[in-house]
Structure formats: structure tokens, C-alpha cells
Design a protein around this ligand. Structure first.
Ligand SMILES: CCC/C=C/C(=O)SCCNC(=O)CCNC(=O)[C@H](O)C(C)(C)COP(=O)([O-])OP(=O)([O-])OC[C@H]1O[C@@H](n2cnc3c(N)ncnc32)[C@H](O)[C@@H]1OP(=O)([O-])[O-]
Length: 657
């Protein structure tokens, strides 16, 4: 603990009276009382300033209580020692009168020597100047009075005395406020003012061994070594050391001596200890706990956590991307678990097939259901009571068929009825009587358009006849590629126009002949027969009979069979287009587009060229075509002459069938 250290004003000089007493000549204002003639600029003359100290001998010589702590030492020595330790740095007037240190001079007085003008440099030994460095009694007690000159040498108003404290451990200087001081090469500065001392150590100023090499073999003689504070009993101070470590700056350090410490930055402690600073003297004593070494208490660092010798593995987290599908993961070797099981994760199931995408659209007459995965559409007639082929029905039929034609996902169409026991009753009789001519023309164009579109469709067409199908209904079934009829004797099918007193158009007849043959067709057409399902199957009017409940599945199976053939739907016939009365083959499997050119004017119906005679094919100019279907455009259908006249006329022009 520190004793005798009451607080004092910062500007009050410390213990300077005793150090000045020996050489001062001026009278003391309050001799024996400890009063000070201070500050010096208040004195009338400089001589009075220099003599305004109280001789230490005049201080009361009492017994310091600290002297009892050192029985080995005498009263004076003990008091000196105690004062050095405990009472240093305190003004005399604040010390107790009983302290023997009051009667003990605190070391040799160090008077500043006037520096050269303009440099602000002060050196010891020049008493009576502004700068004054006073060697303290202890290693940390060095008092410096501001020189009263700015770094440019101009005389300025002196500032209060500043007490600096060297910190050998940290290699820096502290003022009495605990702030770090810096040096400018000519002395320590504080706030830009030179506060005394000689040149302070510069950064990395290596001992001048090179100078020794230039001027001699050994180190240069010490300059002012007798004034070294360490030799006087105190520790070496860089400021007071005559060897240049802050004091004289003229000596050369011996070889191998440690480098001088870099100048401490204000507020930034230099790294690492710097003792000893003087290579000639003993290391500075350890810092006394009572010394104002560092204003900052040691920062209590928290203890480091114990290091466990075993570092547990990180927790296993499932891979966000998951494992590869099983079908892509090679099977592990025998006896080795797959990674999915080793990681405790269930294997990923194979990707399920895409759900069947179904689309449906309907109108008032027809319901269309398209299975995109199968590429098959189902057209269900829903025009009760008998699915008669009215103008509206035919129009809706053509629109729905065209939609499916343009849909690349559709490759086949199954035609069936949503009306029980009735597939279609044929042409709507009400459309053919009591109407205008324009209506008749429109109706017949619609009938021909329906037939042409269905006959020339690139899609596979399968008729699932699930009810009676007379006349026009039979034509729809005959136009399809395949006919499956419900095995019900009550359901009948055929061209019965003769029973109505009308003649079936030639394209009705030709389509019928193409299916059942000429003789059967001739007999059936002449009689207008309706053939029950078994008979229709027997004459070849339908391809097969199946129970009604299996009609849909059978139609689907037949469709898959057809779709499995090469080419879309396995169509093997060409399509021609009628332009200005000419039939032009627009292409087909194995047939070059434009290779077939028709003859004559006027429209014709459709034929399968293979079914035509050689003369007809020669007349059409398409002998090279194995299969030929004519007529597709509406304009062609509009100019289509009556079938009864068209075919004979064409055949007669070609030279007869
Ligand atoms: C160049 C010309 C080419 C011509 C081609 C053709 O297709 S010509 C066409 C040749 N087509 C035919 O000859 C078909 C003849 N019809 C039949 O054979 C039967 O009606 C059936 C077997 C289709 C259904 O028998 P079922 O017992 O289940 O039924 P149901 O008999 O009780 O009749 C119910 C209702 O439907 C009515 N209606 C029927 N058909 C048509 C029609 N086509 N139209 C309009 N309406 C028709 C019928 O009048 C009745 O109406 P109502 O009196 O209730 O107001």
C-alpha cells in the first residue's frame, strides 16, 4: 500500500525543493514551512526562481514511522528508503512532518541545461534554464518540468510540471496521468510539447555498431556515465542514461546489445517486455505493486474450455438431395448393406408412372374422351332418342373429328353411342323434306363432309356398334377401318334406303360393296335389307361380334393392334385433293405427293384405286398408285355431281370399267 500519498494538484511540482536547495541561491519564501515559491514565473527574477526552493536540511527531522520497518538501516537510510518506496512522488507540503524522508534529499538534483535555441532541447547540468529534469529517488520517479519552448524553439508559457514514469517492462513512458508519452527524437513530448529530456529512442534505432566500425574497434566511451541514475543507486532510466538510450544519445551500444525499443505510441502499449533497456546496467527492478506502472488492471481472461480428447462425430443428417433411384443405383456386393440402409434411410421408391392424362370435350350431340397416354379418342353419340344424323349432328361430328385430327396426341378414334340400343338411326328424315333447297344443299354437303372426313382420316377408326344402325348409321360403320358389333340379335345394321323409296348414293353403295362384296351389296341394296348382328357378321358386314359389356374393351384392344403397325394408324392409302376439278394426290405412305393427277372436270367421290378397274385408274391417271382415295376439300364436295351420274360418266370417259 502507499502511504503518505494524499492527492495533490496536477500542477504542483513534486519534491523539487530539496533537489534545488543545494544550488539555489535565492531566498525561500517560506523557509522551513514547506511553502513554495512556485510557479517560477510569478517570481520577480529568474534568480529568485532558481532559488525559490527550500533546502532539504531545513526540513524537520522527525522519525518516520516507516523507519521502524527497517531496523537494519539507520534512521536516515531507513527514512530514505522508506520515502523512496512510499513517499515518493508526493509534494513535501503534503507529507507528514514525521516522515524522515522529508529530511532526506531525494537524490542528486538534475537541472536542465539550456538547449540550443530553436531545438527545444534540454540537457542536464545546465541549471537555471527552463527545462529541468530531476532525477527521482526511485526508478520511477523522474520529474520533468516543461521546457517552456515549443518544438520550434519559441519561448512559450511554461506548463505545470509533468511527472513521467518509465515503465521498463513495457518500454514506455507514462506521465502522471497514466498516459503514454511519445518522443520526437529530441525529447519526450506531451500533447505536442517538448517536456524535457534528450533525444528519445527512435524506432528500430540499432546500436551504433557501424559507427564503432568507422571510428574504432570498440564501443565509444561513455558520455556522462557518472550521471547514470542506475549508478547513483537508482535503476537505469532511458531518459537519464548517458549512453544514449534516451539521455545523451552520444554513446554507442556494444555489439550484440539488444535493439532499442521502438517508441511507444500514445495509448498503445508496445508489445512484449523491454528489459533491460540499458546494456551496461542491471535490469531494471521488477515493478513494485505500489508503482503506477499501468493504469489498466489486467484483463481477466476467461479460462479456456477443456479440450476433450475425443471429438464426437457430427450428427448425421440426411442428404437433402436424397439417394439415387434404385434403378440407377448399382446393387451392392454380397454382404454389404446399401447406403440407404446403412444411413438408416428408407430406399427411394422408383418413380411411379405418370398418371393417365385424359381430356374430354363435348357438345350437344357428341361426347369426346381422349386418352393421351393411349392416343385413343372415343366419340360417343349422344343425340337421343335415336342419334339421327341431323345437320347439327353432322356439323358437330365434323368439328370433333377435325379437332382430333389436329391433335397429335390422338392416333385413333372409337365411335360408339351413348344412347342405349341405338347406334344411329341414319340421316334425319326431317332434314330431307319440307325444307328449302339451300337447306338441302347444306345438309347434303354436311353428309358428304362427314363421310369424306371419316373415310380419309389418318386416324385409325373403329366402330363399336352397340345398337341398331340403319342407313346412314350403317354408312358410318362401313367408313371405319374395323367394325365390332354387340352380340345382340335385336340390333340390326344395313342400307335400308330402298325401303324408304330412295336410292343410296353411290358412295354409300361403293363403300358397302367394298365391305361385303358386289353380290351381297347388290342384293342388300336392292332389297334394302337390315341385317341382324349375327347375319351382319356372317356376310362380313361387321368384323366380329362381342358381348355388349365387352364391346368397349374389345374395341380398345383392336385399336392397340392397329396402332402397333408402322405409320400412323397403319394407313396405306393416299389422299388426294380436289382443286378446280382436278384430283391431286397429296401424299400417303409410299406415295409421292403430286404423283397422281385426276382427269376431267367435276368432282368425283372417293375410291380406293385398288378397287377400281384398270380403265378407271388409267382415266384418273394414277396407275402407279397402289391405293388412292379422292376428294377431301369442301369445294370438291360442293361441286360433286349426283353419284348416279358421276361414276357412270367417269367410267364411260375412261372407256368403261
Ligand atoms: C339419299 C338418301 C340417303 C339416306 C340415308 C338415310 O339414312 S335415310 C334414314 C333412314 N333411317 C331409318 O329408316 C330409321 C328408321 N327407324 C327405326 O328403324 C327405329 O326408329 C329405330 C330402330 C332406329 C329405333 O327404334 P325405337 O323403337 O327404339 O324408336 P322409335 O321407332 O320409337 O323412334 C323413336 C323416335 O325417333 C324417331 N325417328 C326414328 N328414326 C328417325 C330418323 N331417321 N329420323 C328422324 N326421326 C327418327 C321416330 O319418329 C320416333 O319419334 P317419335 O314418334 O317418338 O316422335
Amino acid at each position: 500500500m502507499r502511504c503518505c500519498s494524499p492527492p495533490r494538484p496536477a500542477w504542483v511540482p513534486t519534491c523539487s525543493s530539496s533537489t534545488r536547495s543545494r544550488r539555489s541561491t535565492g531566498p525561500a519564501r517560506a523557509a522551513g514551512t514547506g511553502a513554495w515559491d512556485w510557479p517560477p514565473w510569478r517570481s520577480r527574477s529568474r534568480s529568485r526562481q532558481r532559488g525559490s526552493t527550500i533546502p532539504a536540511m531545513l526540513l524537520p527531522d522527525a522519525v518516520c514511522p516507516h523507519s521502524t520497518a527497517s531496523p537494519r538501516l539507520g534512521p536516515r537510510a531507513a527514512g530514505d528508503e522508506v520515502h523512496r518506496r512510499c513517499c515518493r512522488g508526493q509534494p513535501r507540503e503534503l507529507l507528514p512532518a514525521s516522515c524522515p524522508g522529508m529530511a532526506v534529499p531525494l537524490g542528486e538534483p538534475e537541472r536542465g541545461r539550456a538547449g540550443r535555441a530553436g531545438q527545444g532541447r534540454t540537457e542536464r547540468g545546465s541549471a537555471g534554464q527552463d527545462g529541468m529534469v530531476q532525477g527521482g529517488a526511485g526508478p520511477w520517479d523522474h520529474r520533468i518540468i516543461k521546457v517552456g519552448k515549443d518544438p520550434q524553439g519559441h519561448r512559450v508559457q511554461p506548463a505545470p510540471t509533468t511527472t513521467i514514469t518509465p515503465n521498463p517492462e513495457q518500454g514506455a513512458w507514462l506521465n502522471n496521468k497514466g498516459a503514454w508519452l511519445s518522443g520526437n527524437g529530441r525529447g519526450l513530448t506531451e500533447g505536442g510539447w517538448l517536456i524535457g529530456g534528450g533525444p528519445t529512442p527512435r524506432p528500430r534505432r540499432v546500436p551504433l555498431t557501424s559507427r564503432a566500425g568507422n571510428g574504432g574497434s570498440g564501443p565509444r566511451p561513455l558520455h556522462g556515465a557518472d550521471r547514470c541514475g542506475a549508478q547513483r543507486g537508482g535503476a537505469c532510466s532511458a531518459l537519464l542514461c548517458p549512453r544514449g538510450w534516451g539521455g545523451g544519445g552520444l554513446a554507442t551500444a556494444p555489439r550484440g546489445s539488444p535493439s532499442p525499443p521502438p517508441p511507444a505510441r500514445r495509448g498503445v502499449p508496445p508489445p512484449g517486455p523491454r528489459v533491460p533497456r540499458c546494456p551496461l546496467h542491471a535490469p531494471c527492478p521488477p515493478v513494485s505493486p505500489t508503482s503506477p506502472v499501468s493504469p489498466y488492471p489486467p484483463y481477466p481472461r476467461p479460462p479456456c474450455p477443456p479440450i476433450s480428447p475425443h471429438i464426437p462425430p457430427p450428427p448425421q443428417t440426411p442428404c437433402p438431395r436424397g439417394a439415387a433411384p434404385p434403378h440407377l443405383t448399382p446393387p451392392p456386393p454380397p454382404g454389404v448393406l446399401p447406403l440407404s440402409q446403412a444411413w438408416g434411410r428408407a430406399p427411394r421408391l422408383p418413380p411411379s408412372p405418370l398418371p393417365a392424362q385424359r381430356r374430354a370435350f363435348s357438345n350437344n350431340k357428341i361426347l369426346v374422351e381422349l386418352d393421351e397416354s393411349a392416343g385413343v379418342a372415343t366419340m360417343k353419340f349422344k343425340s337421343p332418342p335415336v342419334n339421327s344424323l341431323s345437320l347439327d349432328f353432322l356439323t358437330e361430328f365434323c368439328i370433333s373429328l377435325e379437332k382430333l385430327e389436329n391433335d397429335r396426341a390422338c392416333r385413333g378414334v372409337i365411335l360408339t353411342s351413348a344412347v342405349p340400343k341405338i347406334f344411329s338411326s341414319g340421316l334425319d328424315i326431317t332434314e330431307m323434306c319440307g325444307k328449302s333447297t339451300e337447306h338441302y344443299a347444306e345438309f347434303w354437303r354436311a353428309v358428304q363432309e362427314m363421310w369424306l372426313r371419316l373415310y380419309s382420316s389418318n386416324m385409325v377408326t373403329v366402330a363399336a356398334v352397340n345398337g341398331s344402325s340403319p342407313a346412314g348409321g350403317c354408312l358410318i360403320a362401313l367408313t371405319c377401318d374395323y367394325r365390332i358389333m354387340a352380340e345382340n340379335p335385336k340390333f340390326s345394321i344395313g342400307l335400308n334406303e330402298a325401303q324408304l323409296g330412295i336410292v343410296a348414293p353411290f358412295w354409300f353403295k361403293d363403300t358397302f360393296v367394298n365391305v361385303v362384296g358386289h353380290r351381297v351389296a347388290e342384293s342388300s341394296l336392292q332389297l334394302g335389307s337390315l341385317h341382324p348382328a349375327p347375319e351382319a357378321h356372317r356376310i362380313g358386314l361387321v368384323d366380329e361380334l362381342v358381348p355388349e359389356e365387352k364391346l368397349k374393351d374389345r374395341a380398345t384392344a383392336v385399336m392397340q393392334q392397329w396402332l402397333a403397325l408402322p405409320g400412323k394408324g397403319g394407313t396405306s392409302w393416299a389422299v388426294t385433293e380436289c382443286r378446280n376439278g382436278d384430283l391431286t394426290c397429296v401424299g400417303g405412305p409410299g406415295i409421292e405427293a403430286g404423283s397422281c393427277v385426276s382427269v376431267g372436270t367435276g368432282g368425283v367421290g372417293g375410291w380406293e384405286v385398288g378397287k377400281l378397274s384398270k380403265a378407271v385408274r388409267a382415266a384418273l391417271g394414277c396407275e402407279g398408285c397402289a391405293w388412292h382415295t379422292a376428294g377431301r376439300s369442301a369445294g370438291c364436295a360442293g361441286r360433286l355431281p349426283p353419284a348416279q351420274l358421276a361414276v357412270p360418266a367417269l367410267l364411260s370417259r375412261a372407256g368403261g370399267a
